[in-house]
Design a protein around this ligand. Sequence first.
Ligand code: 5RP
Length: 268
Amino acid sequence: MNGNMDWGMANRLSKTIRPDGRCFYLAMDHGYFQGPTHCLEQPGKAAEPLLPYIDALFVTRGVLRAVTNPAMNPALILRVSGGNSMVGKDLANEEATTAMDDIIRLNASAVGISVYIGSDYEHQTLMALAKLVNECTAYGIPVMAVTAVGRETGKMEARYLSLACRICAEFGASVVKTYYCEGFEKVTGGCPVPVVIAGGPKTDSEYEVLQFVYNGIQQGAIGVNLGRNIWQNECPVGMARSLQALIHENATPQEAYELFLSIKQDVK
Ligand code: 5RP
C-alpha cells in the first residue's frame, strides 16, 4: 500500500483489499437498472449466506438500507451511479446518483461508478467519475470505476478494455472493474491501479468461472467483483466458498471445483 496515502484512504482500502493483496467482492447491484433480477428478487436473503466468504458487498443504498444488517462483517462498496434501465433508450446514459454526505453517512469503504467509454455518454460518465474522485478524495474514500459496455458486448476484448481501464486509472480511480478477455495481461499491464474481474452473464459450467477467475489473477487481476455466476448458481454457497479458496488460498481451478462439488453434495 502507498506509504504516502492518507490514513483514512489506506484504512478503507485495507477493508476491501486484504493483506494478501487480493479481494473478493460480491456484486448485488444489478437491480439499479435490471429491477428484480432472477435470483436477486430478495437481495437480503440472497446475500446473507454468502457474507462469511466475501470481503465486500457491492450494492446500492436502497438495498443496503432496506435489507442488509448494519452489523454485517464484509465492507461496503456503494454503487453510486445509475439513471438508466433495461427498458430505457440507452444503457450508457448514467450519472452519479448518491450525494457525498450519504456516502459518508453509510460508512462506505469504497464507491463504484460506471463509465461508458466510446458511447454517446462517454464524456458525461467520465466527468461524473472525475467529480466523484474529486469529492471522495477529500474524504479518503476510494473509487472503483466500472468499465461498462451496456449492450455492446463486442467491446469485451483486450484493445477496448485496456483503453477503458487506463482512462479510469488516469482519472484517479483506486480500483478498476472490468471483464476478463483473451489477452487480459494487456489490460492489467496498461493499468497502473488494481484491476478486478466482473463476471458477466451466468456461464454454462462452474469450472468455466473458476478457470477464468484463476487465469485473470495469474494475468494480474487482484480478485473479482462477481454476481450472477454466484447467486444464480444452484449452490451459491458452494460458488462463494470455492471462489474464496481460489482467491485467498491459492487453490487451483480443479481444487476449487472439487470443493464446490463437495459443498453442493452436503447442501443437498
Ligand atoms: C452491474 C454491475 C455488476 O456489479 C457487475 O457486472 C458484476 O456482476 P456480474 O458478475 O453479474 O456481471 O456492475 O452493472
